[in-house]
Write a protein that binds this ligand. Structure first.
Ligand code: HAM
Length: 421
């Protein structure tokens, strides 16, 4: 026997029993998105490498270390998408969806990051992303957060914390950046290799360092909130006012800077303490400069994405039953002669929109009934013999087994499921 080939590390198979909770999450999300007028968009899993370098930023963990990049057979530099915002903006510009229009878009699909796999962190993971274009009002930022909060309610998810911050306007951020560089240069002996590298190109990311040795020097760094421009301050206040009015609880975290460079003003993250170190389940913010930066006309934009694996994990922890799609009828056959008729009957029942699973194994009645039970069907039924009688057996109640004429079987099943014949 040759050795079995295994899946790529950090890339998961999702098996039918697991997918019930994925389905529940996805249908709740679709429902919430529709309630806010968002429409689905689909774009490729592969884009030109340059798109991500230009949008996410050259000096970010994602672009520096985590992208699955390769040269294709024609020598083009391509990358498996590490996130969806860049591709969504690219598609929006390319198809003229963004100029002078309001677009509310969402997408669902796999993303790829070459991170060290651990619980809640995978190399292929899934996001639902939400992007709104053409709206500069702070109330939009707030509405995005309300959308996510509504989804948590629909899923009965509790214990999520909202962290929020404002990164200010590009100009205010540039001035703040100078202050930071001056401060960190004065403490250069206390920085680690990563931070030293970031010092000139992306000093804000030093604030996000997870290295405990840097905690003190970071905590004394100039505070972003105190360096905000007036307009950003007012914008942030209006975002918070809507959250306050809606009773959404938040924590202002002045060190929340996010790992992608395209954000301006509002950024936020929903975190949980139930998943260990991979605590962020949803994150996003405003990115008013990105559309223009990628070659479109200046367009305000904001959005967020949530990680499906982490949310499914939370559903599992609270024993959510998920959403299964059991068949209505398990149609078995314990005598070879009845097989053709059984299949024809199954087709007729499906014509009535009943969901029917057939058992063509010709195993013992007992083993077929066991499988019938496992299938989740409400009833099992079978033909006793060709042109003989038929039997209906309830699988979910103690109702007595019912023997009837074959000609009556369809009517009886249709009645059970209240379908018209
Ligand atoms: P992000 O913070 O990189 O943002 O990812 C969003 C979410 O995806 C995270 O909060 C987490 O739940 C999930 N996630 C990220 N990496 C992994 C991983 N390796 N394994 C499992 N789950 C993961 C973005 O991607 C932005 N595009 C969000 C956005 C949309 N901002 C504006 N619009």
């Amino acid at each position: 026997m040759s050795h079995a080939i295994q899946a790529v590390r950090g890339m998961n198979d999702l098996l039918p029993d697991q997918l019930t909770r994925w389905r529940r999450l996805e249908s709740a999300a679709r429902h919430a998105l529709a309630a806010y007028g968002y429409r689905e968009i689909r774009f490729p899993l592969v884009e030109k490498t340059e798109l991500f370098a230009r949008s996410i930023g050259d000096v970010t963990d994602i672009v520096e270390k985590e992208m699955y990049s390769f040269e294709d057979k024609s020598g083009e530099r391509l990358t498996l998408r590490p996130e969806g915002t860049a591709g969504c903006v690219r598609a929006g510009i390319e198809h003229g969806l963004l100029h002078n229009q309001v677009q509310r878009l969402w997408y669902l699909g796999p993303m790829f990051r070459h991170e060290r796999p651990q619980k809640g962190r995978y190399r292929q993971f899934h996001q639902i992303g939400v992007e709104a274009f053409g709206l500069a009002a702070p109330e939009l930022d707030a509405e995005l957060i309300l959308l996510s909060a509504r989804l948590w309610r629909a899923l009965n998810l509790s214990g999520l914390t909202l962290e929020i911050n404002s990164l200010g306007s590009p100009a205010a951020r540039a001035a703040y950046r100078e202050k930071l560089v001056t401060y960190f240069r004065a403490h250069v002996d206390r920085l680690d290799a990563d931070s030293l590298r970031r010092l000139e190109k992306n000093p804000l990311r030093i604030l996000d360092s997870k290295n405990p040795a840097l905690a003190e020097v970071v905590s004394k760094a100039p505070n972003l909130q105190e360096n905000l421009d007036e307009e950003s301050r007012a914008h942030f206040a209006r975002v918070l006012a809507v959250l306050d009015a809606q009773g959404v609880v938040y924590r202002i975290n002045p060190r929340l800077v996010r790992g992608l460079d395209y954000y301006t003003r509002t950024v936020f993250e929903w975190t949980t303490d139930r998943l260990g170190s991979q605590s962020a389940v949803c994150a996003g913010g405003r990115y008013d400069g990105l559309v223009e930066h990628l070659g479109g006309r200046a367009t305000p934009a904001a959005g967020f994405a949530f990680g499906l694996e982490r949310l499914v994990e939370l559903l599992e922890l609270q024993n959510d039953p998920g959403e299964s799609e059991p068949v209505d009828v398990y149609l078995l056959a314990h005598e070879a002669g009845t097989l053709p008729e059984t299949l024809l009957l199954a087709e007729k029942l499906r014509d009535l929109s009943l969901r029917v699973e057939t058992d063509v194994s010709l195993g013992s009645l007992k083993s077929q009934l066991k499988r019938a039970d496992k299938s989740g069907a409400a009833v099992a039924a079978w033909l006793e013999a060709p042109a003989g009688r038929a039997v209906i057996k309830s699988l979910r109640s103690d109702a007595a087994q019912q023997t009837l004429e074959q000609g009556e079987l369809m009517g009886a099943l249709a009645l059970t499921f209240s379908k018209k014949i």
